[in-house]
Design a protein around this ligand. Structure first.
Ligand code: F6R
Length: 600
């Protein structure tokens, strides 16, 4: 994963550009960071374990530089420590690298035979050494880069400083995203244009096997054969994504609260003019089957859609984890539409799955939050979620935006398929229009979430159960809790507990549950009684009028199936948030995680 940034300028100090860029790239990893810059014509390197703010405090106030590269890391090869942190330097070459050099072991063996000695356990140091090897062999930077591309297998976005060429920066790209930002007398490279928006919104996107020689007033981009490429200069037009937490203690809480706007914003293009707008949704009637692919929370959004497709439109739908899907036999067919869900649009496994489906000539649809992210260029068609930038690592508003798009897609399909009357569709559209009123009381119900959090925050095992749609929601609820509170939490289909897991229920084990399906609620309640009988503490989210002194109940309004997941998930998100807050974890940047998972 990792984020890289680089800058070269005629007349400005590039250190603030690098630090601001890194801070904006921390969503790609934040276990260590480093910077290399020219000072008195020499490459100075500083590296730390921890976050970018720590690196910033290591810089001297008077330091000034016109050329540098920097990196924020999510460890893949080698522990998160200062030795393994980037930049990596080998003699004449200093690099920052995002991606994975898959054949690094073979390359390392080859270089060790040439008496190369390595200090770190990283594949990136091997990349620096390999570049140095070719540079010493050919004394020609472009040839060095081309040889590197021939030899290195895997993915890389690299920013490079060459000792004997202090007027240029170099960028090399394969599979990991890399852009070049252009401003007056200053040129930058970055994993993401949003990281350097403070300085420019004009940029080039490098494609695979392209490299660039960058000085302060131009970037010469070439392909693997050395042919210069004339790139379109793009302009990032979206709202500035430099964010503040506002009145909230954490981005996660702010983003949870924003859902009263983001759901409607996402839905609006498809509901504002009734059925006419709904029919903007792609026509799915020509497909025999729908496949949905995603990771983590995006996968969970897919599970909600599976329930809606199969129960309400009688259309076969299967949901797959991208990391499994890409390596299994998927019986791909042109009659199946494969939908890819992603907040970042950069998740490596999902990208690989898209490429797989496309390679067989089968149709693809993306449901993606970040415009102009890698996936948006790969899928045949894209529906954008309008969650805005999600900073907290744990996804909340992006999930509800995904569920919103998927629900409306299913609704349009149900209408075209004649599974539902026009009157009913209009009622559901009204429910979407009314979402703020439905959701606000749930968002404001802090006392009950805090009370539950106080009850459970010292526990080490928590179970989430449900049936049907509620089972899909329990998976997302359990994921939210575990990723930010570090409490072990698992979700189970409520009927499955007694086939093994119930042996883990002890006195006071918390069991969280939602029951919002008239047909299945009585059965779910029976399952709750079974765990209560074994001493569990039980918490229930439901739209039924249930009274039970042994169960803590959170009531939600009765709505159609298209809306209810957007309501049930709010208590789950806020219980996770307040539980983590009581445990004092780093809620926005939980340990071991990153916002964008760009390695498989
Ligand atoms: C969990 C979470 C992750 C992501 C997953 C996919 O809160 O955020 O599980 O959902 O890494 O990421 P995207 O949606 O960017 O493809």
């Amino acid at each position: 994963m990792c984020g890289i940034v680089g800058a070269i300028s005629k007349d400005r100090n590039i250190l603030p550009i690098l630090i601001t860029g890194l801070k904006n790239l921390e969503y790609r990893g934040y276990d260590s960071a480093g910077i290399a810059y020219l000072r008195n014509n020499k490459v100075t390197i500083k590296k730390i374990t921890g976050k970018v703010s720590k690196l910033e405090s290591k810089l001297n106030k008077n330091d000034n530089s016109h050329l540098g590269i920097a990196h924020t890391r999510w460890a893949t090869h080698g522990k998160a420590n200062a030795i393994n942190a980037h930049p990596h330097r080998y003699k004449h070459i200093t690099i920052v690298h995002n991606g994975i050099i898959e054949n690094f072991k073979e390359l390392k063996d080859m270089l060790e035979k040439e008496n190369y000695i390595f200090k770190s356990s990283t594949d990136s140091e091997v990349a620096a050494a390999l570049l140095n090897y070719y540079y010493e062999k050919y004394n020609d930077i472009e040839k060095t880069i081309k040889e590197f591309m021939n030899k290195a297998i895997g993915s890389y976005a690299i920013g490079m400083i060459v000792d004997n060429d202090k007027d240029n920066l170099y960028a090399i790209k394969k599979e990991s995203p890399l852009i070049i930002g252009i401003s007056n007398n200053t040129i930058m490279l970055s994993s993401d244009i949003r990281a350097i928006l403070k300085y420019t919104n004009k940029y080039y996107i490098l494609d695979d096997y392209e490299y660039a020689k960058i000085n302060y007033n131009n970037a010469i981009i070439k392909n693997k054969t050395g042919k210069q490429i004339n790139k379109e200069l793009k302009e990032y037009k979206n709202e500035d994504t430099t964010n503040s937490k506002g009145k909230y203690k954490h981005f996660m809480l702010k983003e949870i609260m924003e859902q009263k706007e983001t759901i409607l914003k996402t839905a609006l293009p498809f509901i504002e003019d009734g059925i006419n707008s709904l029919l903007i949704m792609p026509d799915l009637t020509k497909y025999k089957e729908i496949a949905i692919v995603g990771c983590g929370t995006a996968y969970h959004a897919g599970l909600v859609a599976k329930y809606l497709f199969t129960e309400l439109t009688n259309t076969r739908c299967n949901v797959y984890l991208a990391s499994e899907y890409r390596y299994q036999n998927n019986f791909l067919s042109k009659d199946t539409l494969t939908i890819f869900i992603s907040q970042s649009g950069e998740t490596a496994d999902t990208i690989a799955a898209i490429k797989l489906v496309k390679s067989k000539g089968c149709p693809t649809l993306g449901i993606i939050n970040v415009e102009e992210s890698s996936m948006t260029f790969l899928v045949d068609k894209c529906l954008y979620t309008k969650a805005g930038s999600e900073i907290a690592v744990a996804s909340t508003k992006a999930y509800t935006a995904q569920v919103t798009i998927l629900s409306l897609l299913v609704l349009s399909h149900a209408y075209r398929n004649k599974n539902i009357s026009k009157e009913k569709v209009l009622e559901i559209i009204d429910e979407f229009k009314n979402i703020k009123t439905l959701i606000t009381p749930l968002l404001n119900n802090k006392e009950i979430y805090l009370a539950i959090a106080k009850d459970i925050y010292k526990e080490e095992d928590i179970f989430y159960i449900g049936r049907g749609l509620d089972y899909a929601l329990s998976m997302e609820g359990a994921l939210k809790l575990k990723e930010i509170s570090y409490i072990h939490s698992e979700s189970y289909a409520a009927g499955e507990l007694k086939h093994g897991t119930i042996s883990l229920i002890r006195k006071n084990t918390p069991v969280l549950c939602s029951a919002t399906n008239e047909r299945l609620n009585a059965k779910t309640i029976s399952n709750l009684k079974e765990v209560l009988a074994r001493g569990a503490k039980v918490y229930l989210i439901t739209d039924e009028k249930i009274k039970d002194d042994n169960i803590t109940i959170i009531n939600i309004k009765k709505t159609s199936d298209f809306i209810k997941s957007l309501l049930v998930i709010i208590p789950y998100q806020l219980i996770a948030y307040y539980t983590a807050a009581l445990r004092g974890t780093d809620i926005d940047k939980p340990k071991n995680l990153a916002k964008s998972v760009t390695v498989e």
